[in-house]
Design a protein around this ligand. Sequence first.
Ligand code: A5P
Length: 236
Amino acid sequence: MSRDPLKHAAAVAAVDAEVRPGMRLGLGTGSTADEVLIALGERLADDRLHDLVGVATSEATAARAAQLGIALASLDDVHRLDLAVDGADEIDPELRLIKGLGGAHLREKVVACAADRMVGVADACKLVGRLGERAPLPVEVIAFARGACERHLEDLGWRPAVRLRHDGRAFRTDEGNLILDCHRDEWSDPERLAADVGAVPGVVAHGFFIGIARAAFVATPSGVRVLEAPAAAPSR
Ligand code: A5P
């Protein structure tokens, strides 16, 4: 992955503000989360941090963390995490997120919800006035239910498209499922949209992260802004 100075800045700011020695950490997936892994690895190497244990949100992140000297555990071993740090595809003014363009949002949501605190890291291009401005909603479905999920989502006003790999074959998540990237014209009331999509039989996880992120470290060319979430009940 190529290095991006804004993603690097957001990651460093989040790690330095949020991570303390001995923490149990949820490790996100994607290019910005990769900058978090690099920052953690650097601080472990020079003893600014120690005794960290990470739970990875993807096989790619697990491999990368191992490469960078970050100790790993599973959620079977570590029941609660102190902190999860992860990227996002969209962040709205209430710190509602869309995640999953990297295809890892199922494990990311499990890990984020196992953490006492979840913070996002992003560059400013991820900020949107309303969700759906620049990203589709990734919806992970079991392969058996693909057709049924497509029809059900269409009835809810979505336009689902099976995510494909570069070779034209269907993308499979780490759990072996398919992803439907879903567009729609009208995105008001994300809580209701999330509840409706989450209730479709065969849907394993959607990319709405609502009431989960408590803060976001957003890098702009003039510095890193820390956005705080309003107090709200989670809607997963
Ligand atoms: C992975 O499934 C996603 O939720 C990522 O967190 C998201 O796509 C952000 O990735 P980048 O940091 O690479 O933009």
